[in-house]
Design a protein around this ligand. Sequence first.
Ligand code: SF4
Ligand code: SF4
Length: 414
Amino acid sequence: MDRIKTLHTVTLDFDKCKGCITCMRRCPTEAIRVRDGKASVDFDKCIACGECVRLCPHNAKKPAYDDFDVINNYKYKIAIPSPSLYGQFNNLSDVNYVLTGLLKIGFDDVMEVGKGAELASETTRILFDRKNDDYPVISTACPAVLELILVKYHNLKDNLLNLLAPVDITAKLARDRAIEKGIPPEDIGVFFISPCPAKVFALKCGIGVQKPYVDGVLANSDVYLKLLPVINKLSESEVKPLSKMSIIGLQWASSGGETAAAYRDKYLAADGIENVINILNSLEDGTLGEVEFIELGACTGGCVGGVMNIENPFVAKARIRELRTKFPGTRNHLADEGKSLEYYLWEREPTVKDVFKLHKDRATAMERLLKINELMEELPQIDCGLCGAPTCRAFCEDKVGGVISMDQKCPRLK
Ligand code: SF4
Ligand code: SF4
């Protein structure tokens, strides 16, 4: 299935938007414009990183995800929570409270994404043992980073690890388990409980898979608010031993967790979109040095920093670290699952996107480039943003691409 080009990953509350241009200045792919005092997003360029949601001082931007009631469209509902969900709870003595709570609020089964993460770690180690070139390998676990590479760093596509994301692995396993129990496939709904809009985007578009394995994506924050009163009332005897996760799976919630489980010496882990961009630029320039594995997360701190969480990323990270004592070192092994290695790998290669090409026809693109350079000469080139575009160059590109009128003037030159 091809990507859904117009999938809206963030929404705007028009009344709250003050046109302050904060979001436009920080969007890593220049996907935002502010015209007539309101922000708008070119969703072909948006990588769903959530920066505009995080930074809007007026709370005008919201991530797009499914309403909790979507689970009622299915007879057999499976929750697959991200390990970052555990970091939202204060004084959580046992994660089985959360998993039992999920059954109480309407789900029929649960499978932690940490299980898929541990299997992804083992698959990564096997893939590393097999290959001896094309270093460094770039993790594909953060869909915002994956999208960023597909839209802006085409030269790095061959460095991407061809491994399914832990959430896809978990969704596949959870669905298979339900089918083995005799549940009709059409009755099964698999719902990811997510920390960020990038995962909503990736799962709905089905990046790396033939068709999406999840039927809905819920927000950590929404599910937390539903779970809290239920968990507070649970007695110890009601709590079921449902967790099948290990430290390896848990630590994927924070930056550095994936690399730690890859067992490589020459690795690099960076988080936060600006740091990610710096690393990718260095990698493209050939100035990064000798590294075998690169883990990159768009959010500060990793998934605990996603904008669909409730808790401060640093607090959530500390809680995840504390929870480590409650889990065994390892628990899930490929040999026990009885699947081939291919089960865990991309079913189809994601394709690069030419959203920054000036035109698909080379001659027209060249003509436009010359015109942009000519227009640039007339501008102050200070990237003030007053025109509603993030840079003077983007202003010229919008003119030449027909997004705005050629007559529009730079506000500083009026
Ligand atoms: S940050 Fe963007 S969405 Fe928020 S008020 Fe400013 S222009 Fe509007
Ligand atoms: S989610 Fe990220 S890429 Fe998309 S518009 Fe917001 S800041 Fe830009």
